[in-house]
Design a protein around this ligand. Structure first.
Ligand code: CA
Length: 761
């Protein structure tokens, strides 16, 4: 062990023992440990998560957030902001993708409708943030605002000062919204059409807001101006409803919405809220969160528990349910693909380039019944648009590369989560999506599929950007298709074709540099080649990051590199290299590069997804202790339940699910295989409550921050000398016991039989 390693361990020990503010009183339930502000201290130039506090239920159709940014700004809640402009119903998956269907409420004193005029100073010291409840003091109005959510609705409570001019501003946002005030019934209805793309022309989010107190005065408004009448349609519509409360008052509002119709919005309110008071809705939300988060119980330090449950919270927000329910309880949805209202489930707001890696495998382990519905929804997307989605928000969006829907679909099929009636047509959908490209949204389907199918790779000189990243991901995706094909008993010839294509990564391996490299159509490698250049043939990463995107055949990659020793040396090099980079493809330093540069981990870029499985690959090459050390270093150093607590974009559960898995002691390096690769468990004890009623009890004896190494593993009291665990073994429940150590044990997990799945093995 090198001196620097020892030094680093001591450093993260110091951090681990420092106690940070505890959200909960006493020991707390799982949701009490969640800090929804984790990751909110972010900006364009540097992402510490690029998250916002989502006040919501797990996978809820609507989230709520305090809005600090201006209308349309993707950085809608930033921790360093001074003022809140409103409380926004949001569907935003990321600031880069931005929002759709958003509208807001803001309690004020006086007729202040403009987003700057109505904005109020606030302090995090006078802010209470839980997933199920938000409360803040709006200083400029002397008003306390509270929110508690259901899946599609929310209850608000505004504690008004003694005044004759208390009011609530309803802002339906610009670009073609509508409001109608029905003062007699204390009600405002309307819709917003605001979106950031990926919707048909008839897209609307219809909302209904009902107050629990007579309205004393009101006005509609358009843009910045109050207008006469009860109704405004088109442009930037809004309403302000006033309340005379000379002794102060607590004013409640019930808010609901629907992508289908106003009637459906009213129905959603009856169905989810009915006559329940604020406290009861909050209690139900609290219980729902504990039901979902409580699937995993952990014993660790306060800091570890806060980080774990904050990450688990982020892992169960997206993809959001986009469907609603009819009176008979059947799901139905407005299709963001064809504009029709159709039966069945639909989920959205996720980019598979990020989330195929471990977010979906996490659902398959902890919440398979939810992913079964998501898979039904994917089939609906295929039926409504002719493609499986790659980045959906709410419809197809042009973003990132790959065809990783194949991984998401195949993992659920081979783990038996998708029923045959859904799996068979989903398999057909994978074949179609793998051999075509969406006519308008080039990141849906496979850009360059003709080249890829003919040559085995997408050339770097035929006008298709990030061609090496595409090739590597398509090859893995092909292997995923083969896995599902085999499971579903498809013809051998067809399965073998996709298995063969799964080997296409070999075309891009450059024996001279030992790295993946772009290739021209004539078979020569791209020149010049700088393996530290971000982008170009790769996507938001360099060759050092992307070379390992052979999830399904690490043994094949080990062969190409010339054996285990060279493979391990290359892995070590990622951390040994200084954080140097070539940003010329982007014409500037993108935030992902900056987040690599500043972490003091060399060229390891945990803040972006391509490298997130790479630490675990030491297990494939017989040196698992290096994975154990690094995985603990990343958990302790790069994650914390604080506003700056992530090390790059959180990305819809992916970066959080990495922590959740890693803290439990294993990680799904290759989704669509049935294995998890062992890392280093963070907790002394953890229990997973599986949906099938079984339990997995994980114990790490003599575990401590300076004892990340595994001496021995036992599964159900039998010695387990493999570097991986099988999904179906885990599903049967049992005891997983680790014996931890302060020193690596260079004899455990070194044999070829200990190595995790590889196609070439
Ligand atoms: Ca990312």
């Amino acid at each position: 062990m090198k001196g620097t390693m020892k030094h680093a361990i001591l450093l993260f020990c110091l951090l681990a023992t420092a106690r940070v503010a505890v959200v909960a009183q006493g020991d707390g339930t799982p949701v009490d440990w969640v800090n929804p502000l984790m990751g909110t201290d972010s900006k364009r130039e540097l992402s510490n998560g690029n998250t916002y506090p989502a006040i919501a239920l797990p996978w809820g159709m609507n989230f709520w957030m305090p809005q600090t940014g201006k209308m349309g700004d993707g950085w809608a809640y930033t921790y360093d902001a001074d003022k809140i402009r409103g409380f926004k119903q949001t569907h935003q998956p990321s600031p880069w993708i931005n929002d759709y269907g958003q509208f807001s409420l803001m309690p004020v004193v006086g007729m202040k409708i403009d987003q700057d005029q109505r904005a109020s100073w606030f302090s995090h010291k006078a802010e209470t943030v839980h997933p199920y409840y938000y409360k803040v003091y709006l200083a400029d109005h002397d008003i306390t605002a509270e929110i508690t959510p259901t899946e599609r609705c929310a209850l608000f409570r505004f504690t008004m000062p003694a005044t004759d001019s208390a009011a609530v501003v309803i802002d339906a946002f610009d670009r073609g919204s509508s409001v109608r005030i029905d003062a007699a019934h204390r009600r405002v209805s309307g819709y917003t059409t605001r979106n950031s793309g990926g919707v048909p022309s008839n897209f609307k989010n219809y909302f209904v807001i009902e107050f629990d107190r007579p309205v004393d005065f009101y006005s509609a408004w358009d843009g910045g101006r109050l207008v006469a009448g009860d109704e405004v349609t088109g442009g930037h519509a809004g309403a302000i409803l006033g309340f005379r409360c000379p002794s102060g008052a607590v004013i409640g509002a019930r808010v609901s919405s629907s992508f289908i119709s106003l009637e459906q919005a009213a129905f959603n309110l009856d169905r989810e809220v009915g006559s329940l008071p604020f406290e009861q809705v909050r209690e139900k939300a609290y219980d729902r969160w504990n039901e979902i988060l409580g699937r995993v119980e952990v014993t660790g330090t306060d800091r570890q528990r806060e980080t774990f449950y904050s990450c688990l919270y982020r892992s169960v927000l997206f993809p959001r349910a986009f469907h609603e329910y009819d009176a008979a309880g059947n799901p139905l949805h407005y299709s963001p693909y064809n504009g029709q209202v159709l039966p069945g489930y639909l989920f959205t707001d996720t980019g598979f380039w990020d989330t195929f890696r471990c977010l979906f495998p996490l659902l398959n382990l902890l919440y398979p019944s939810v992913n079964a519905k998501i898979q039904e929804g994917l089939l609906n997307v295929y039926r409504e648009s002719g493609f499986l989605p790659e980045w959906a928000s709410p419809g197809h969006r042009g973003c990132m590369v790959g065809n990783n829907s194949a991984s998401v679909v195949s993992d659920a099929i081979i783990k038996g989560i998708t029923g045959p009636a859904i799996a068979v047509p989903l398999y057909e959908a994978m074949l179609k999506t793998a051999n075509s490209v969406h006519p308008r949204v080039r990141s849906t389907g496979r850009a360059g599929f003709e080249h890829y199918n003919r040559l085995g790779y997408v050339p770097c000189n035929v006008g298709i950007n990030e061609s090496a990243a595409r090739t590597l991901e398509y090859a893995y995706d092909d292997w995923c298709i083969a896995r599902a094909g085999r499971y579903l008993g498809r013809p051998d010839e067809e399965v073998r074709l996709y298995e063969q294509r799964g080997q296409n990564y070999r075309h891009l391996f450059d024996p001279e540099t030992g790295l993946m490299r772009g290739k021209n159509a004539d078979g020569t490698f791209q020149t010049p080649f700088n393996p530290l250049k971000w982008g170009d043939a790769f996507t938001e990463g360099n060759s050092w990051h992307y070379t390992w995107s052979v999830f399904h055949d690490i043994q094949g990659l080990i062969h190409l590199m010339g054996g285990k020793e060279r493979f391990v040396t290359r892995l070590d090099s990622i951390f040994r290299l200084p954080p140097i980079f070539d940003e010329s493809y982007y014409g500037g330093v993108i935030h992902e590069i900056r987040e690599m540069q500043i972490m003091n981990m060399g060229n390891y870029a945990h803040g972006n997804q391509p490298i997130q499985h790479v630490i675990y690959l030491y297990n494939h090459a017989g040196e698992p202790w290096k994975a154990q050390y690094r995985v603990r270093e990343v958990m302790e150093k790069l994650y914390r339940a604080t506003p700056d607590g992530y090390c790059g974009d959180e990305d819809n559960g992916q970066t959080s699910a990495w922590y959740v898995f890693s803290a439990l002691g294993f990680y799904p390096v290759c989704p669509a295989s049935d294995e998890y690769v062992i890392g280093s468990p963070l907790f002394t004890a953890a229990t997973i409550h599986l949906e099938n009623g079984k339990k997995i009890r994980i114990t790490a004896k003599e575990n401590a921050c300076d004892r990340p190494y595994i001496r021995a593993v036992r599964w159900n009291n039998k010695p387990h000398d493999k570097n991986f665990l099988n999904h179906f073994d885990l599903l049967r429940g049992g005891e997983l016991t680790f014996q931890m150590s302060e020193k690596p044990l260079p004899t455990r997990g070194t044999l070829p039989a200990a190595a995790p799945f590889s196609f070439s093995k």
